[in-house]
Ligand binder design. Structure first.
Ligand code: ATP
Length: 202
């Protein structure tokens, strides 16, 4: 078996245990060697909301994965000018790992919108997709979106329905922090400490 590498893109504003469990389940499911977390520079899917500076999101993610040698963080998207598109990211990692099997990891909420992504067909040509069931996403909805996709796409997409769901989102965390509510047990303590120190999301 050749090298098998996972790529998990996102805004990570902030990173939380939903992201970490998703990465771990993908790693287990597809027997990946590692998962590379790739924070977006300018996320194209999050218009209308000021996103926390990339350096802070990169730092929070680095803290979040520290101590787990199966996880790595890439600053590639952040270093690129303009909005971050997954098609460019997977092409970049394809050039770094020309012979590896690449897996782009996402939650099922992202999978529902996948067909609207820039050059989705090209993404699917370059890598496989692993989607982890996100609490709240309806199974029937995922199934019907998959059914509407071309056969070649369906063959390269795996939905992991049987994963421990973590009912947390970055949106929820930003709101809780703003309201002064505790976020402990929803994200790593080191990330919470960084948020506190930098007074993020107030
Ligand atoms: P926001 O609330 O700001 O939209 P988010 O929590 O969805 O953020 P992102 O950084 O946008 O986090 O997510 C990156 C990827 O991780 C996406 O593919 C998303 O579906 C997935 N993801 C995020 N949270 C979870 C979760 N709790 N369970 C499974 N997948 C998740």
């Amino acid at each position: 078996m050749g090298r098998r590498i996972g790529i998990l893109g996102g805004t990570f504003d902030p990173p939380h245990y939903g992201h970490l469990t998703l990465a771990q389940e993908a790693l287990l499911h597809a027997e990946l060697e590692k998962v590379i977390f790739v924070p977006a520079g300018q996320p194209p899917h999050k218009p209308g909301r000021p996103v926390t500076p990339a350096v802070d999101r990169l730092q929070m993610l680095t803290l979040a994965v520290a101590g787990d040698e199966r996880f790595a963080v890439s600053s590639w998207e952040i270093e690129q000018p303009g909005p971050s598109f997954t098609v460019n990211t997977v092409s970049h990692f394809r050039s770094i790992y020309p012979d590896a099997e690449l897996f782009f990891i996402m939650g099922t909420d992202s999978l529902l919108e996948f067909t609207t992504w820039k050059q989705a067909g090209e993404i699917i040509r370059i890598c496989r997709v692993l989607a982890g069931a996100r609490p709240g996403t309806r199974k029937e909805e995922v199934a019907s979106v998959l059914m509407a996709m071309p056969r070649e796409w369906q063959e390269k997409i795996t939905v992991m329905y049987d994963v421990p769901g973590f009912y947390v989102s970055s949106t929820l965390l930003r709101e809780r922090i703003k309201q002064g509510l505790p976020v402990r047990y929803l994200l790593p303590d080191v990330v919470a400490a960084y948020i506190e120190e930098k007074k993020l999301y107030r």
